[in-house]
Design a binder for this molecule. Sequence first.
Ligand SMILES: Cc1cc2nc3c(=O)[nH]c(=O)nc-3n(C[C@H](O)[C@H](O)[C@H](O)COP(=O)(O)O)c2cc1C
Length: 147
Amino acid sequence: MLGQFATGVAIVTTVDGNGGLLGVTCNSFTSVSLDPPLILWSIAKSSLSGPAFTDGKPFAVNVLEASQEDLALRFAKSGADKFAGVAWHEGFEGVPLIEGCAAYIECRVDARYPGGDHEIILGAVERYVNQALDPLLFHSGEFRRFS
Ligand SMILES: Cc1cc2nc3c(=O)[nH]c(=O)nc-3n(C[C@H](O)[C@H](O)[C@H](O)COP(=O)(O)O)c2cc1C
């Protein structure tokens, strides 16, 4: 139904209460407001990472670069140790930023809203880095690149 709406692909990362690194592949990300800067994305209620995104928690939207399809697939698998062998550095409040991404949008959870089998997470943007690299795209159930 929505396959004709092309999107980018991001990995949303955070840290849980025990210092564990969490990451979820996401294409529901979109902008909401410029002033103040707000974004949103939705997370499935079935996602193990969901409870970590409580009000006020920092998280990062790692916008994937065109060659990072393998990372998109890795972070789309529930529960596994997704960060094993993945290069990253610490961002805002210790949230992992994955190396080589096209952009990093560092946020704090501003609010959560019910959305059927998902929850909508509204994020207040704290920091933004644009690496000016070509993004990975998702369309009609497949990863794509600009040609
Ligand atoms: C291209 C793509 C986009 C996805 N977008 C979302 C999304 O926006 N929200 C979501 O909850 N899951 C999305 N998923 C599925 C999650 O990445 C997957 O369920 C997640 O890794 C669950 O991990 P967890 O149970 O360890 O939290 C997407 C998967 C792919 C391949």
